[in-house]
Write a protein that binds this ligand. Structure first.
Ligand SMILES: [Zn+2]
Ligand SMILES: [Zn+2]
Length: 253
């Protein structure tokens, strides 16, 4: 089980693509969770060793453009894609694709399946669970389970019970951490309904995860301060990585 963070930035981050995650591994059909901000998705996937046309399935966690913007790239490369999302995300994505390329009908062949809080689906040997989390629009965090363990992906989320439940005992928790708390930035994170690094760490501690990765950094994020704040709260390993970093997780424990 391999999880690659294709993009680790919020919309205006410098030097980081917007949010996109690739789930892959030997013998496993690659799955995309969110699609970065736009056509740079193809470049990010190439850097991860997978051509964009090889992606046959995608989960969209919510309708914000820094998560759905790469769907045009995905559908230009391969029109027959299976997508899971909530109803709001489907509506917004279809509207964006239809407005941007009205002459093509990019989403015509998409096999769209609706998921909501509490849904579980199978994808090969993976079980994928969806948890409604607190954000500005309806948003689903994703839990991925396989015979070897579990990974939790927060999407964009402020602290809430469902986020903690999603992350419960996970081997790896990839959590939204917009910025540090210092210098009043915690107020910015609260206003925008994201976690700070310390809140991501508190959630990780409560959920009992083994390892925490901070992602979705704002342009005003200070990585060193964020790491220090998170490490003062969460006793396990905390990481903050560059785009296209892959974590390899065990098949079985
Ligand atoms: Zn968002
Ligand atoms: Zn976002």
């Amino acid at each position: 089980m391999e999880i690659t963070l294709l993009g680790t930035g919020a919309p205006l981050a410098i030097g980081r693509r917007a949010f996109g995650i690739l789930i892959s591994g030997p013998g496993r059909e690659p799955l995309l969770i969110d699609s970065c901000g736009g056509f740079e998705l193809a470049e990010a996937l190439r850097a991860a060793g997978i051509d964009v046309e090889k992606i046959g399935s995608a989960i969209l966690t919510h309708q914000h453009l820094d998560h759905i913007g790469g769907m045009a790239a995905l559908l230009f490369a391969n029109r027959r894609v299976k997508v899971w999302s909530n109803a709001e995300t489907r509506r917004a994505t279809t509207a964006v694709l239809g407005a941007g390329f009205p002459e093509i009908g990019l989403d015509r062949d998409v096999e769209w399946r609706q998921v909501c809080d509490g849904s579980w689906i199978e994808h090969g040997d993976l079980r994928l669970g969806f948890f409604a989390v607190r954000h500005r629009v309806p948003t689903l965090a994703v839990r991925i389970e396989w015979s070897g363990g579990a990974v939790a992906i927060s999407s964009d989320a402020a602290p809430c019970n469902r986020l903690t439940e999603c992350a419960s005992d996970a081997h790896l928790f990839v959590c939204d951490a917009l910025c540090q708390s210092a210098n009043g930035r915690d107020r910015t994170a609260r206003r925008l309904v994201h976690c700070t690094a310390a809140e991501a760490a508190e959630t990780a501690r409560e959920a009992g995860v083994r390892r925490l990765v901070l992602t979705h950094l704002a342009r005003f994020a200070d990585a060193q301060t964020m790491l220090a704040e998170a490490r003062s709260v969460f006793p396990g390993p905390v990481e903050l990585v560059e785009d296209v970093t892959t974590f390899v997780l065990p098949r079985a424990t």
